[in-house]
Design a protein around this ligand. Sequence first.
Ligand SMILES: [Fe+2]
Length: 287
Amino acid sequence: MRNISYDNITETVVRAYSGAEDARTKEIVTLLIQRLHDFVREVELTPREWEAAIGVLTRAAAITDEERNEFILLSDLLGVSALVDLVDGHHDEGASMTTLMGPFYVPGTPELPNGADLTGDNDGERIVVYGQIRKTDDTPLGGAKIEVWQNAPNGLYTVQDPGQAEHNLRATLRADENGNYVFATAKPIPYQVPEDSAGGELIRAGSRHCWRPAHIHLMITAQGCKRHISQIFDLNDPYIDEDAVFGVRSDLAVPYDQQPSEDELSRFHGIQQPFNITHVDFVLAGD
Ligand SMILES: [Fe+2]
């Protein structure tokens, strides 16, 4: 092919990939080429702008390693991670909304008993988080596995901070036979996503900020259900409506400052007082 032109290049490139053996790969690559070419034509991207974009990706690659992935951050900051999750849950009628996993999940956190207090020697207010895990048909998911992780009062996750114990403010719990779970923890705080590389360039280009509202991450797995990734957000956080990575969902934004009722005080009598209460149920979609 030597007569490539403004008018025929898209069709030519699509044809070059038309031999893809996997039908889904072919579908994705074809549409990706068409939309990318449309984008370049529509904004009339200049060579200088293209070099600048490659520069952003090059700096993202340079800072990416096993503990930090700048490409995930770029995807988060552009709302693509959120959209992929929303597409995945779009047809899960009756299920709780899911949200982003984020970059700080570590598998294999040791199991603690349901009702555990993760607070340890962390400062900050103690909150008790509880609720029920069930399926969309209302069946309680007894024995559901709940992995929890969050930041410490200095705003950092354990994987970012060698000063913290390896499993600080993380745990794996199991719901009881009625699907009920409960744990106590130190109230998380808002934090900033890293702004010292490509993600920061994007944030500054858009005159945005890089704050995330305070949240607790959860990953829930139960037999016969889709893996459920969630975050519980502090409804009264100053950044609740402007999460840098678009992760907040209305039914996951709950108050962190509710006083416990008499009933809750007696149900959770084993947990050190004082504490506030956060109540969230999770409804999982079938797999
Ligand atoms: Fe987080």
